[in-house]
Write a protein that binds this ligand. Structure first.
Ligand code: 16G
Length: 242
């Protein structure tokens, strides 16, 4: 089963073997995978090699480790999010049948930095709300988002309201029509603090997305910095023939 002549590292071959068992449904969601000892005997490899393969799959969210019980197939596939179409987190999760939730990490009314003021086209002295949230789907942390909104647009915003859908609030309470957004996407890794909020090992990969969104008439209403877990998200772009 293991090809020692292959340039593909042995741990990676074991990873592929386990992924293949899941694909062919020899291992189903919720099944316990064989123990490190069983794999070591089956493949004649060291425990370290098996551990590396299993940990890689745990970090990707394909397997989940339960203390004292073993390692199981998690059944969590990556969320595939199209990069076209302007939707908010709450709307997106509901449309996938997942229960959206947020944990408020910070809520402040303050004077913006020059960078934020320029992005939101704010006049001197205008304030912003800064809302920092962990975004959760079905109980699992998916992203950390820091949103900046001009306070003049939503003067009555409170911490409690900011912990629900901001897009809903802007449209239903503010009475504004959300029009379009500009977005960038980069690779990044979490800080120690972010790792804690996202419940991932330190140094884990994330997708850093910055979004500047506009109301009808071209008024910028939010600048948001999002860190999406790279093991839970996959972004899809449709490319028409150029
Ligand atoms: C999404 C947006 C974020 C927006 C939020 C509103 C991305 C990368 N980011 O997470 O910019 O502020 O939705 O969601 O998609 P809400 O209506 O649930 O507060």
């Amino acid at each position: 089963m293991i090809d020692r002549q292959s340039p593909i590292p042995v741990y990676f071959q074991i990873e592929q073997y386990i992924e293949n068992l899941i694909e062919t449904e020899d291992l189903k969601v919720g099944d316990r995978i064989p123990s490190e000892k069983e794999f070591t005997e089956q493949f004649h490899v060291s425990r370290m090699t098996v551990r590396q393969a299993v940990m890689d799959l745990v970090v990707q969210g394909i397997l989940v480790r339960l203390k004292g019980k073993g390692t199981f197939v998690s059944g969590q596939k990556k969320i595939e999010k199209p990069l076209t179409g302007l939707t908010g987190f709450t709307q997106e999760m509901v449309s996938r049948g997942l229960k959206p939730d947020s944990r408020l990490l910070g809520f402040n009314r303050l004077h913006p930095s020059e960078k934020i003021a320029a992005k939101l086209k704010l006049a001197e002295g205008q304030e912003i709300f800064e809302v920092k949230r962990t975004r959760i789907a079905d109980g699992y942390p998916m992203a950390i988002e820091t949103t900046f909104i001009p306070s003049v647009l939503v003067p009555e915003l409170t911490a409690e309201k900011a912990n629900q859908s901001l897009y809903d609030y802007i449209e239903k309470v503010g009475g504004f029509a959300i029009d379009h957004a500009e977005q960038t996407l980069e690779a990044s890794i979490v800080t120690i603090e972010e790792a804690k909020f996202l419940e991932v090992p330190k140094g884990s990969p994330v997708l850093l997305i910055e979004r500047l969104s506009f109301l009808k008439g071209g008024i910028p209403f939010e600048f948001t910095k999002s860190l999406y877990r790279a093991d839970r998200y996959k972004f899809i772009v449709r490319l028409p023939n150029a």
